[in-house]
Design a protein around this ligand. Structure first.
Ligand SMILES: COc1nc(N)nc2c1ncn2[C@H]1C[C@H](O)[C@@H](COP(=O)(O)OP(=O)(O)OP(=O)(O)O)O1
Length: 199
């Protein structure tokens, strides 16, 4: 499927999903962030964010790219600082997020790894927890399952579109624009795609 790419995205991309309406929000600069996910078999490690932007949501481990760091270096540092572990992170995708009124965009480089060393620990910022991305044997999750399914309802609205691609090892690119509804950010428009050479 082809469609015009949202402003800020470029490359040989194939649309995977899009939705929402209205004009894409304008931005005049990007700020650089990372987000890292560790996968073990059919489980993924998420962190419950205890403070700051995205508080009270599950997410990967990450934060700002500091001056002089590459995104890969920042991702390794943040994973160690926020979850206490080290992993051979590989680039998995790139996302652009805008929030209405900000004027600048989050450019987030997403990383993943299928092994790690150390023991995940709770830190000031995050409480790590494993979730399953495999369907339960019975077809239905119940609350007695030892590992619960990925809690998309407690994550950013965009995650449900690209996290399955990450789990499948498919590289992705996307943009999502958010507006405030009450005291919650809600996704107003989104576009996610995969990279053509990945097909
Ligand atoms: C808006 O949509 C988002 N979706 C997802 N999945 N993740 C997002 C979104 N917006 C931001 N993020 C991620 C990017 C980073 O991993 C964190 C935010 O980083 P934070 O503000 O915690 O950065 P730190 O450098 O750790 O900050 P402090 O040490 O100053 O607390 O959220």
């Amino acid at each position: 499927m082809t469609s015009a790419l949202p402003p800020g995205l470029e490359g040989n991309l194939v649309e995977y999903v899009r939705g929402g309406e209205g004009d894409w929000l304008p931005f005049d600069q990007k700020r650089f962030y990372t987000n890292a996910f560790v996968i073990q078999g059919d489980k993924i490690l998420l962190g419950w964010k205890k403070r700051g932007f995205g508080v009270n949501k599950y997410n990967g481990f990450g934060g700002k790219v500091e001056l002089g760091e590459t995104p890969a270096e920042a991702a390794m540092r943040e994973l160690k600082e926020e979850a206490g572990i080290v992993a051979p992170l590989e680039h998995a995708g790139s996302l652009l997020f805008m929030t209405k009124g900000a004027g600048w965009a989050f450019q987030i480089e997403i990383f993943s790894a299928r092994s790690y060393s150390g023991i995940p620990i709770e830190t000031d910022e995050m409480r790590p927890e494993w979730f399953s991305f495999a369907p339960p044997a019975s077809g239905v999750f119940d609350t007695n399952e030892s590992v619960m399914p990925i809690p998309y309802e407690k994550m950013w609205d965009d995650d449900v579109y690209w996290l399955p691609l990450l789990v499948q090892g498919r590289k992705f690119v996307g943009r999502a624009d958010f507006v405030m509804e009450g005291d919650e950010f809600k996704m107003a428009r989104h576009w996610f795609g995969t990279i053509k050479s990945d097909h």
